[in-house]
Design a protein around this ligand. Structure first.
Ligand code: AMP
Ligand code: ZN
Length: 132
């Protein structure tokens, strides 16, 4: 059973922020910050890499609209947009979804830390482009 498919079908209650034929946006039950919202496709895809391009474009267009609405009406100063992809990246519900996390100040109850590494950038580029 996929918990988000059950929410989409209406079998599990949710607080709906937006809905159309292709997507559903709901308040995240954890409310990491006030207004934390999840935007998901109605079709079940385990992660966004599996989504057809047109469905992903629609999803992300709506993410922008909803992020504007949420940040404006909740008077947030910014937001983080996150797609956790696979367990290694923190994905716990295997039905792809985009987190909109409104930000009020730098001490909000969310920790994102970008640490530095000394990798060889040229070697990485070659690998990404499939040249080795
Ligand atoms: P992720 O770790 O990226 O897979 O995020 C899953 C998110 O789903 C978490 O932030 C949970 O708080 C949220 N979540 C789990 N169950 C529910 C639910 N029934 N209603 C709303 N949000 C949920
Ligand atoms: Zn699902």
């Amino acid at each position: 059973m996929c918990i988000f498919c059950e929410i989409i079908k209406g079998n599990i209650p949710s607080k709906k922020v937006y809905e159309d034929d292709e997507i559903l946006a709901i308040l995240d039950i954890s409310q990491t910050t006030k207004g934390h919202t999840l935007v998901m496709p109605k079709n079940h895809y385990e992660n966004f890499l599996e989504m057809p391009e047109n469905e992903f474009e629609h999803l992300m267009g709506k993410v922008q609209e909803i992020a504007k609405q949420v940040t404006k009406n909740l008077e947030a100063n910014g937001c983080n947009i996150l797609i956790n992809t696979n367990a290694v990246a923190g994905q716990s519900v295997m039905h792809t979804h985009v987190h909109i996390i409104p930000r009020y100040d730098e001490n909000d109850t969310i920790t994102l830390s970008f640490k530095e590494n000394e990798f060889d950038l040229d070697q990485i580029l070659e690998q990404i482009k499939g040249r080795n």
